[in-house]
Design a protein around this ligand. Sequence first.
Ligand SMILES: Cc1cc2nc3c(=O)[nH]c(=O)nc-3n(C[C@H](O)[C@H](O)[C@H](O)COP(=O)(O)O)c2cc1C
Length: 196
Amino acid sequence: MNLTVALTGASGAILCQQILLTLEADERVAQVHFVASENSLRVLAEELGLCERDSLLEKLLGAASTKTVQHDDEEIGAAIASGSYPSEGMIVLPCSMGTLAAIANGLANSLISRAADVTLKERRPLILCVRETPFNRIHLRNMTLAAEAGAVIFPVIPAFYNKPIDSAEMARQFVCRVLAYIGLPQPGAYVWKAEE
Ligand SMILES: Cc1cc2nc3c(=O)[nH]c(=O)nc-3n(C[C@H](O)[C@H](O)[C@H](O)COP(=O)(O)O)c2cc1C
């Protein structure tokens, strides 16, 4: 699989780190294109203590990547900005309300919003892991607009019935749900079993 992962300035940077690590380890995934918005860097500094753009990917993965390439959000000439490039889907994790608005309204003025626009026009899976609370009416309208255009609204709402012991486990299980949704079920994913 060839996937795009975007990190935006919503809370939940650990989720993006977890999905990048999981895709890196998944042999079914040949290539990952990673884009971090400018504003995500502020949240990364706050939540993960990572404050430099240089070698950000290496810092998130803890090692050099064998399959993930990072692009600047201004790089609108990147391969993933074109529908002719055989990307198989895009995940925005976490997705801020600002990026949701740009995608829902077709702005396509950054690599993230352009790649999402292309993903929708090519009818490929676009997963928007939106994060805000509470939602105002603009957020709700934009989610409806994006869903009507073909995006999947996959809010950052973790499960509690699996009794996660910490935020890392919560993040791992959330990422498992996202990846299962796009056809990449993961070992160790919690599966609910009702008592017989
Ligand atoms: C620590 C921190 C946490 C934030 N959390 C959220 C959030 O959960 N959801 C959201 O929509 N915006 C959040 N924001 C605001 C966004 O970062 C801001 O609206 C930004 O312009 C989004 O830009 P981007 O979509 O280009 O990444 C947060 C900002 C900071 C500094």
